[in-house]
Design a protein around this ligand. Structure first.
Ligand SMILES: NC(=O)c1ccc[n+]([C@@H]2O[C@H](COP(=O)([O-])OP(=O)(O)OC[C@H]3O[C@@H](n4cnc5c(N)ncnc54)[C@H](O)[C@@H]3O)[C@@H](O)[C@H]2O)c1
Length: 325
């Protein structure tokens, strides 16, 4: 039995869903550290998260709190915040964190200064770090569907408590020591999911869709390797699986953003978080690749850059990526 104390930072969809999965197996309290008073109140009184899953009863050993002191006692700390706030949050609260706790990053996206969240965390803290990524809609997890996640850790010797925590639940882990690759793929797959949305907004053709999907996957592989990730990581849950889920399923926010862009709804005043993160990621990758004079090898992302930053028409984008032999 896992006797580690578990805290999720955040009380949104993925924190609530994963906490509910693991709490069904262990008698101890599992904490959701939250800034949302109404969520704390609903979890602690009626055992539901009224904002994110109002109709799903939660296990009674899930406790919500706004008190960061809970981090001092925690052995496993899952970070389930928007990517843009993770580094600030940990910087601000690092003195409250048990120095031996493993920090497990769930957020997908760049941290700051063109680096992954894990690279940013390495500067802020000496805690052991891990990343957990995969094809995982929170809605499916909370409805107890089987879900595969990749646990990325440099020091795989620290994995057993996390492995033990998920054993016997609906969460199935595979493992990778390529923590950089796991983080990079979680950013890349969002970019190429936007591409698939744009293409699917123009054509309803399985042949065409899977031609572009294959080209996109190859491009992801090239960029991953160029940035220091390992090709083999693409065949973990965080790779092929998460790309497929994000690129092809309409529940995906990135694919949906692509569908909207494809239908002509990209205007300068859109301030959507998904679009913002996508634009930043495309810019970071393209600028870094340009420094190596290799942008010609990555036609799809460089054409998307033109859509985001040079007002290239979406139809030109689609024609260009379809006819790039
Ligand atoms: N690893 C995975 O498989 C997986 C799956 C889904 C989502 N995610 C990632 O997990 C993160 C959370 O996703 P979600 O769908 O749960 O989002 P969500 O919007 O449902 O929840 C976000 C949570 O962050 C909290 N929050 C926001 N700003 C904050 C701040 N400044 N300080 C403290 N708390 C703050 C909110 O109160 C909320 O509890 C995202 O980065 C997302 O990409 C990962």
């Amino acid at each position: 039995m896992n006797s580690n104390k578990i805290t999720f930072i955040g009380s949104g969809s993925i924190a609530t869903a994963l906490a509910n999965s693991v709490s069904s197996k262990i008698p101890d309290k599992i904490y959701l550290l939250s800034i949302e008073e109404e969520v704390i109140e609903s979890i602690n009184t009626v055992h539901r998260n009224n904002k994110y899953f109002p109709f799903i009863p939660l296990n009674h050993n899930i406790v919500a709190t706004s008190d960061v002191k809970v981090l001092k006692d925690s052995d496993l700390i899952f970070i389930a915040l928007p990517s843009s706030v993770v580094l600030n949050y940990i910087q601000k609260n690092k003195d409250s964190i048990n120095e031996k706790a493993i920090l497990i990053n769930l957020a997908k996206g760049f941290g700051d200064d063109r680096r992954t969240i894990i690279q940013g965390l390495e500067d802020i803290t000496n805690n052991p770090l891990a990343t957990l990524k995969g094809p995982s809609f929170a809605r499916d997890i909370i409805n107890n569907f089987h879900t595969g996640l990749t646990l990325g850790m440099n020091d795989i010797d620290l994995a057993p408590p996390i492995k033990e925590l998920f054993k016997g639940t609906n969460i199935h882990l595979d493992y990778s020591q390529d923590i950089l690759g796991v983080e990079l793929i979680s950013i890349l797959k969002n970019i190429y999911a936007i591409v698939m949305g744009i293409v699917d907004a123009h054509y309803n053709s399985p042949n065409l869709r899977f031609m572009v999907l294959t080209n996109a996957f190859q491009e992801m592989r090239g960029i991953l390797k160029q940035f220091g990730g390992k090709e083999e990581t693409l065949f973990n849950y965080c790779g092929f699986g998460d790309f497929g889920l994000t690129a092809l399923n309409d529940l995906s926010r990135n694919r949906t953003m692509g569908l909207l862009i494809g239908k002509g709804f990209l205007t300068k005043d859109i301030s959507d978080q998904v679009l913002l993160e996508g634009r930043i990621a495309v810019n970071v990758f393209c600028e870094e690749i340009s420094k190596k004079h290799a942008l010609d090898n990555f036609h799809i992302i460089s054409e998307l850059y033109n859509v985001f930053y040079k007002e290239q028409k979406v139809t030109t984008f689609v024609n260009s990526i379809l006819n790039n032999n």
